[in-house]
Design a protein around this ligand. Sequence first.
Ligand code: SF4
Length: 467
Amino acid sequence: MSNSEQQQQQKGRRRKRDDKVVRVTKMAPPPPTPIQDIEDIASSFSEDETQKLRVALLNWYDINRRDLPWRRLNHEGSEEEVERRAYAVWVSEVMLQQTRVQTVISYYNRWMEKWPTIDKLAQASLEEVNEMWAGLGYYRRARFLLEGAKKIVAEEGRIPKVASLLRKIPGIGDYTAGAIASIAFKEVVPVVDGNVVRVIARLKAISANPKDSSTIKRFWKLAAQLVDPLRPGDFNQALMELGATVCTPVNPSCSLCPATESCHALSISRHDNSVAVTDYPIKVVKAKQRHDFSAVCVVELLGAEKMPEGNQSSSRFILVKRPDEGLLAGLWEFPSVSLDGEVNSSTRREKMNRFLKRVFKIDTRKTCSIVLREDIGEFTHIFSHIRLKLYVELLVLHLKEGEKDDLLKSEDSETTTWKCVDGDVLSSTGLTTSVRKVYSMVQKFKERSFPSKQIPAGKRSRMAKKT
Ligand code: SF4
């Protein structure tokens, strides 16, 4: 074999070896994408992605947006109309925090009928505002709304037009400031609520803890990149609306989504069966709720009637105002005492008797005659961080002649605010959800126990002896 032939043969063998290497390389799975790359993808939207998402979401919103009362007000119009719209956005956004749209609509309509402008709201009392808010929960929101209105009317007279100034109003945080500024005043600022977090987490397949402050900052940065400069308010509402109606926490309707082309979570889930779009954002384990216990006593003071059946016009009920700070601050409730845990009925009554004597001078053995005292049930009311178990009893009393003037007056009346209200007022007044539930338990108990409007004499004395 000549030298040149030998060289050809060696080249051929090398090529074969190289071919093999190449084939092996081709058949191997692609190397995993470096983590850095994933982070890069998730840290910003490209110019192209941004444009596509703006167009897609605004077109979708123009056709699909829900007809909600606060969206019907004029966008353009006079300064007064824009101001009115800002006020409407503010009220609706505060109501919508933690509450479903369907629930909010009737509250919003009633609120705007009573206080159609910020000036009208600024003249309201906390009592009126709480009453209007009753049942919506998170009563601090209502208090801040009132405080904010009073501050604006006293200082500026007008709602600030930019998010940075709006944030200085009591109760207005980044979210509400962004919503008012972008929707009412067209400032190009983002909003980030739970819906926006969910949509962006899926669009960018972000698996970091959405409650971490660094991740929250990232969501704000990404939302800020997306806001449409010409229609910032509509774009923000489109993003939130998408999260509320299409990109829902469970069972999102990806086939109806205008953002499928840009959605990384959807793309990943199509290539990997073990991944679902609902894996984004990751679910964060909630902090354990505190368990509290409370005894509630519905004290009914009978008038001329001797029986506690039905809603009697001269029957009066005691309501106590909660302290101005803390849970359900400043709201009215039936007399209640907190308990150290799940204690039995007699321990609850002992504690309640001490409270009634100290605050109202109601001594169940001396100053009044007990017509009826009955445990009527228990239920658990869930607050965001507390599970409150309430034991409810009904105590129907006749105040003894001669005691009436002194009764319901005490040393503690300076620290405890209370009032007596008629039964029919109680039925129509704004009460918190748990107080309403207690009152409805009382009414049901009476309907069940006294269908004939008469308590048998024997039963009456047995009931009184139980105390
Ligand atoms: S494609 Fe699906 S997961 Fe992605 S944003 Fe749309 S609804 Fe959400």
